[in-house]
Design a protein around this ligand. Structure first.
Ligand code: SAM
Length: 355
């Protein structure tokens, strides 16, 4: 394997049709504008805030030592343990599923990750993620990237046994041929909801999450806030045929008002300067938790983004980080206008632990 790992020839071979084709085409065609142009974005405050939330999740849950103490304060117990890594100062091995253009490469460097595997269905984005990792300054962690539809294909399709490890006591699956180290963390940022098109896709996604994650390892992510989306849908005037709501920053359009299936509950999502009417699916939280339990994943955290802000704004580490990441200025003035702040709460952050 090349030192960069996962290779271009691992791309999904077949042409993608239907919704997944639209998703891939959309993400592949969005240019990686670089840091300077990103500063000009009309929603830079919201983008910074989303990045800050991801940093909080990574620091608080993916870092074994910090996570051990911080989770104690949330749950009031000692349930979380970074098994075998209490003395270490960094995150071990991470799977960034739906890594996109590698927006979290620097965050993982700051978390002192040892090894990262990045996968995404959009091959152009994967190349950009690899470039971003290559251009990281300072000591670099080991990383491998591959293009893969993680919701229909097993990770083994892109990575061999040297990359994927399995928890020795994880005996649900007979994967004894895998001999690499299992992951300490699986991260799925702003991407898991695309799997909820069908039960099969959601199951394939969860299998990819859990199969190579060690026990005690964490699964963190950010997804749309289903409860809030459905509240907005139900609040639309009864006679309205256009099932759209939103503001100047985001718009969501549902096809159907009454039917609320657990899978394939579709809407079109528009986010200014980021996402242009891409089909997405509602993630029913209770159903997700029930499914995750079948893969030994137990929820330890779930909050709306507004709550993540409220919980951490006074925090000695995450408060100042908010200033450094330009979510607020040094006077505490928000970089988001009202509409961006409202759009921020379309999302929730979560963490699961593998038991
Ligand atoms: N995680 C990155 C971040 O936070 O910057 C990218 C988020 S972007 C909003 C959503 C990503 O999900 C896109 O890069 C898209 O290609 C990816 N995605 C959608 N369906 C996928 C699938 N079936 N397998 C892997 N990645 C997928």
């Amino acid at each position: 394997a090349s030192p960069r790992g996962g290779d271009s020839d691992q791309r999904p071979a077949k042409k993608l049709h239907g919704d997944v084709g639209v998703v891939v085409e959309h993400y592949n065609s969005r240019p990686d504008v670089g840091v300077v142009q990103r500063l000009d974005s009309p929603i830079i405050g919201l983008k910074n805030f989303n990045n800050w939330v991801k940093s909080v999740l990574i620091t608080r849950f993916a870092h074994p030592v910090l996570a051990a103490s911080r989770n104690r304060s949330i749950n009031g117990n000692n349930s979380y343990r970074g098994r075998g890594r209490e003395g270490s100062t960094g995150v071990g091995k991470v799977l960034d599923m739906g890594c996109g253009k590698g927006g979290d490469m620097t965050k993982w460097a700051k978390a002192k990750v040892k090894e990262l595997i990045g996968v995404d269905i959009a091959a152009v984005s994967v190349d950009q993620a690899r470039s971003r990792w290559e251009s990281l300054r300072g000591p670099k962690y080991v990383a491998s990237f591959a293009a893969l539809d993680c919701y229909t294909q097993p990770l083994t399709r892109a990575f061999g046994p040297d990359k994927l490890g399995i928890d020795p006591i994880y005996d649900h699956h007979n994967d004894s041929q895998l001999n690499g180290e299992p992951f300490d963390v699986v991260s799925m940022q702003f991407c898991m909801h695309y799997a909820f098109e069908t039960r099969e896709k959601a199951q394939c996604m969860l299998d990819n999450v859990s199969r190579y994650l060690r026990r005690g390892g964490v699964f963190i992510g950010t997804i749309p806030n289903a409860e809030l989306l459905l509240e907005h849908l139900d609040a639309l005037p009864p006679n309205s045929t256009d099932l759209t709501f939103g503001n100047s920053v985001y718009k969501i359009t549902f096809d159907e008002r009454e039917e609320k299936p657990l899978y394939g509950h579709k809407y079109l999502f528009f986010l200014r300067d980021a996402v242009e009417n891409v089909p997405e699916y509602v993630v029913n939280w209770d159903n997700f938790v029930k499914m995750a339990a079948e893969y030994d994943l137990v929820p330890v955290y779930k909050e709306e983004f507004h709550q993540v802000f409220d919980e951490h704004q006074e925090h000695p580490e995450f408060g100042p980080l908010m200033v450094r990441m330009k979510v607020v200025d040094s006077n505490g003035e928000s970089a988001m206008d009202e509409d961006q702040w409202e759009a921020a709460n379309i999302y929730i952050a979560f963490a699961f632990e593998k038991r």
